[in-house]
Design a protein around this ligand. Structure first.
Ligand SMILES: [Zn+2]
Length: 53
């Protein structure tokens, strides 16, 4: 379960054809899938270790 970053209301998971996103009933706004963003950031930060010669 996710909470809206704007109002801390519970987000409703919505699935469209190609993606899953969250919708805040309170804000009437589509919220980005935080889980997906976190995963993307983690993969970005996980850079290959420097190879020492
Ligand atoms: Zn909200």
């Amino acid at each position: 379960m996710s909470l809206c970053p704007c109002c801390s209301h519970t987000l409703v998971r919505q699935a469209s054809v190609r993606r899953v996103y969250w919708f805040c009933i309170h804000c009437h706004q589509e919220m980005p899938a935080l889980e997906t963003i976190l995963k993307a950031e983690l993969s970005l930060r996980r850079q290959p270790a420097l190879v020492k010669k």
